[in-house]
Design a binder for this molecule. Structure first.
Ligand SMILES: Nc1nc2c(ncn2[C@@H]2O[C@H](COP(=O)(O)OP(=O)(O)OP(=O)(O)O)[C@@H](O)[C@H]2O)c(=O)[nH]1
Ligand SMILES: [Mg+2]
Ligand SMILES: [Zn+2]
Length: 313
């Protein structure tokens, strides 16, 4: 990979590039000829993230790259900050890979919220049951099966044993993918298995308390077969941006399928009569945990919207 502070002598000419890492007002950008440069935002209003396609030019006099425009986004994944405001996480994703593993013990409510955000943003999702060399508890296995039954694509695999990696490579081909999940589920290990040489480029690693390497910033890598893979720091929690969630289903696949059968078009599937979602839950056709997760996300969304605009529900 070429590295250069000025990226050659094309001062003044506008160049296309891809944001590899965003540092707020500056970004590491891979220009279309493969050169990597550090570029500063030309204006304060520019908000760019990993995966953004941008235009840069070089101020020859100061040998400084400026990022002056962001291309239209094909998709955008947002999270909510504490005040309910939408914060961009990544741009142009076609697939969100939510990684879980037997250890650390999965928080499936976090998984549900990632899946909800992806569905609401029109981004495909894959639930990766990682560390397939270890066993999930029967309770978690049951819930993973319930998630698969909602239509969510799932795949068992292991970066350590190599199980499922060929299948994973096929599914990621030509896609722009982000790996998300709790710290320690093995996202960076998957990155290293999928992108040869990524190890050398992993500059954003910190040593955690346990002496383990933990990822500190989202970073994009080119996939060998085409496409791109973004490794991201582990999370404890994830709150989707409230305004981005699908109003009727909140991005829950089974709720979206059942909602047309509710009596009221604006049914929130909480206490309303003749609600197909509550009926499916009562009949055991919808996972009780998923329904509880849906209720929690409704509540969270209401709270975040209230913070966003006091007096509004
Ligand atoms: N048993 C088992 N352990 C694995 C496997 N893949 C990775 N690990 C281990 O899981 C631990 C965490 O791996 P990482 O790849 O750093 O996890 P991460 O998700 O990137 O963690 P953060 O960067 O903190 O979010 C390491 O000790 C790995 O050796 C696997 O397939 N099986
Ligand atoms: Mg990592
Ligand atoms: Zn309903």
């Amino acid at each position: 990979m070429k590295n250069s502070s000025t990226g050659g002598n094309l001062a003044g000419a506008s160049r296309h590039g891809l944001v590899l890492v965003s540092h707020g007002l500056s970004a590491r950008v891979r220009l279309d000829d493969g050169t990597e440069v550090l570029a500063r935002a030309a204006g304060r209003g520019l908000q760019f993230v990993c995966g953004d396609e941008v235009s840069c030019d070089c101020d020859g006099r100061h040998a400084q790259w400026r990022l002056h425009a962001i291309g239209a986004r094909r998709s955008a994944l947002y999270r909510s900050n504490a005040r309910g405001r939408a914060e961009l996480v990544a741009a142009n994703l076609s697939l969100l890979v939510v990684v879980v593993a037997p250890r650390p013990e999965p928080d499936l409510f976090v998984v549900d919220r990632y899946l909800a955000a992806a569905a609401s943003a029109g981004i495909g999702a894959l639930l990766l049951a990682h560390k397939a060399d270890l066993d999930f508890t029967p309770a978690v296995r049951t819930e993973l099966a319930a998630l698969a039954a909602t239509g969510c694509a799932t795949l068992p695999c292991s970066a350590r044993s190599g199980q499922g990696l060929e299948e994973l490579r096929l599914r990621l081909r030509a896609a722009t993918v982000m790996l998300v999940g709790q710290s320690g589920v093995g996202k960076s290990s998957l990155l290293r298995a999928l992108v040869p040489g990524a190890e050398a480029a992993v500059g954003e690693l910190l040593r955690s308390d346990a002496g383990r390497h933990t990822t500190s910033a989202a970073r994009l890598y080119a996939l060998p077969g085409g496409g791109a893979l973004i490794d991201s720091p582990g999370v404890r929690d994830f709150a989707p941006a409230p305004e981005m969630l699908d109003e009727r289903s909140l991005g829950f696949a089974e709720v979206a399928r059942l909602a047309p059968h509710c009596r009221f078009a604006d049914c929130r599937h909480l206490q309303e009569p003749h609600c197909a979602v509550q009926a499916a839950m009562a009949a055991g056709e919808m996972s009780a945990r998923r329904y509880e997760s849906y209720r929690r996300l409704r509540r969270l969304r209401g709270q975040l919207l209230a913070r966003l605009a006091p007096g509004r529900r």
